[in-house]
Structure formats: structure tokens, C-alpha cells
Design a protein around this ligand. Structure first.
Ligand code: 5GP
Ligand code: ZN
Length: 141
């Protein structure tokens, strides 16, 4: 648990939340400022800031909960689909520095955009640059 972390406060029960799912490793609750009805956050109970900080077993637990909850959330609000995403680090828009996956229900004609809309303009990359990037990722994986 981290001092001054809102989500650790929710895990501890010090800050109220509309909890929708809980197990030993994971908590899921409604977002306080929802982008759509049913907007749900899934967090590891242990405090870790980004996905890269998260131990593999905690990451697996978070993904398992997202996997189980996404269709349940969609059904609960009669959604047609959902976006499931992480703002992973401050430059990517992460405001609460405790890993959390968003499940955002989507509805036909809701005027929202796909996940492709979140980045800036598309880079113009040469084949050599793409090969180099792929190699560097493969080397680190
Ligand atoms: P981020 O930008 O860090 O990915 O998203 C943080 C999310 O947490 C936001 O969607 C925001 O509405 C939500 N949030 C912030 N504080 C609270 C809180 O105290 N309770 C709940 N339930 N959600 C919160
Ligand atoms: Zn925390």
C-alpha cells in the first residue's frame, strides 16, 4: 500500500467505491467520473505504478479479471462492445499512479472513437526503421 494513493485507499476501504468484483489479488469498481455507463476500473490490490512494474502473476490476475468482466459489464448496460485499455505512464495520460485497466462500454453510434484515436499523428517510418524497431522489441522480449 502506498501513502496518498487513491486506489490503495479504495483497496483498504478508506475511500468508498462501487465495487463490482474482488478476489485475493484484484479489485474492480465503477469509475467515479465515467466515460460511459458501466465504465469500470480493474486494479491489482498491491500498489504498482505501471504495467512494467507489475509482477507477472499480478498482471495475469488483472488480465483474467478483465477477461471475465468485460462481457459482464457490457451485458449489464446493454452495450454493443467495449474498449479495454491502460493509460500506462504519465505521458500516456495516466493520472492515478496505480495500475488500472479501463473497461469502457461502447454503443453503436455513441460518437466515440477507436483506440487508434488516442495517439498523435502517425509517424512516417521507413522499412529499415521498422526492422530496427522490431529487432529491438524482439531482443527485449
Ligand atoms: P487514468 O487517467 O489514470 O487512466 O484514469 C484514472 C481514472 O480514475 C479516471 O477515469 C477517474 O475518473 C478515476 N478516478 C479518480 N479518482 C477516483 C476515485 O476516487 N474513485 C473512483 N471510483 N474512480 C476514480
Ligand atoms: Zn496504490
Amino acid at each position: 500500500m502506498a501513502e496518498d494513493c487513491i486506489f490503495c485507499g479504495i483497496v483498504a476501504g478508506d475511500i468508498p467505491s462501487r465495487t463490482v468484483y474482488e478476489n485475493d489479488d484484484v479489485l474492480a469498481f465503477l469509475d467515479a467520473n465515467p466515460l460511459a455507463p458501466g465504465h469500470t476500473l480493474v486494479i491489482p490490490k498491491a500498489h504498482h505504478e505501471t504495467l512494467g512494474d507489475l509482477p507477472e502473476d499480478a498482471g495475469a490476475a488483472v488480465f483474467a479479471a478483465l477477461h471475465d468482466l468485460a462481457p459482464v459489464v457490457e451485458d449489464a448496460v446493454d452495450a454493443d462492445a467495449s474498449n479495454v485499455a491502460f493509460n500506462n505512464g504519465e505521458a500516456a495520460g495516466q493520472e492515478v499512479p496505480h495500475v488500472h485497466g479501463h473497461v469502457i462500454p461502447r454503443f453503436e453510434g455513441d460518437g466515440g472513437r477507436p483506440i487508434h484515436a488516442i495517439a498523435g499523428s502517425r509517424p512516417d517510418l521507413s522499412d529499415d526503421e521498422l526492422d530496427d524497431i522490431a529487432d529491438r522489441i524482439a531482443d527485449g522480449a
